[in-house]
Design a protein around this ligand. Sequence first.
Ligand code: NPG
Length: 371
Amino acid sequence: MKIDAVEVREIRLPLRERFEISSGYSEERRILLVRLHADGETGWAECVAGEDPGYSYETTETAWHVLSQFLIPVLLGAEVEGPADVERRLSHVRGHPMARACLEMACWDLEARRRGLSLAEAVGGSGDPVPVGVSVGLQKSDGLLVDKVGGFLAEGYRKIKLKIKPGRDVEMVRAVREVFPGAPLMVDANSAYTLADRDRLAQMDDLDLLMIEQPLAWDDLHEHARLQQSLETPVCLDESIRSAGDAELALELGSCRIINIKPGRVGGLGSSRRIHDLCHARGVPVWCGGMLESGVGRAFNIALATLPGFTIPGDISASRRYWERDIVDPEFEVVDGMMTPPSGPGIGVAPDERRIDELTMRVARWPRGRG
Ligand code: NPG
């Protein structure tokens, strides 16, 4: 297929409530939406880069720059075979996986629509509903956190992830555990600790957690291995894993026992599948992370999570957990802790173009000069 036009736009979507993690907080998402046009068909995707470089060095601004200056010019007018070819053609750009991923993912949507397949079918997954979880940001008090967790458990979510940081960890999680003794709880530190905190982290072993996610820095694979040796609770890696190569190294070193896969972080759905396949072959559980996506990004996450190795509920909550109103129709819903992947072609939900226009802050179109 020949890529004859590309559009990138930035929309601003206010979160229903502030979302706080160890490195900072977000009240509004600045989301880049990408549209690829080829042979009369359109493919949509979303870039998950954040507003600030707290989670990754990539930001909305760097992604805009790399997409416009280096990535889109390579694809424009090119005869591409499919998403794997797009990934290959963009591989000369070092790093910037979130910027590269959104073009590869838009091509997945485009190709799935052309073939009349749902995204879940196109990636090799199933159409079955999948159990999903929810991530709960840092709250002002333990009481507020307990209330929030209670609400999400009542909604049926199958996994509850609590954000932690030094000073808001063992005692806070214990307060939740005491109220909900059997709840499927995990914690996520977003790299807020060092190996010097090993004893503190080991106190989590008494709290019956599914896992501790990314306790140490993204490039501390060796230290994560030493930490995992001294913990009973499985370590899960997120920021550290950018490719199947990283996953293989982390497993060889014993740095983790579980891996979080986010298509944006690892450069797209092809790379996500390679990590999944590697882990599945070794019996290592994976789950799909979230990056506060709009419905466009959410559609890719739920499709990916239908692959058989995704045995732990992902951070794939309902649209209304984050948005007053999502930008897709229908919105994503969770019923009894399960989400059903859309069955229509491609992402299977319709981007609401009028609403997207209203939310748009800037737009760029190629070939240049197109209205
Ligand atoms: O449900 O989409 C979601 C958010 C899940 O907690 C979540 N994401 O570190 O995994 C993370 C965290 C995050 C959110 C990281 C936003 C960076 C930005």
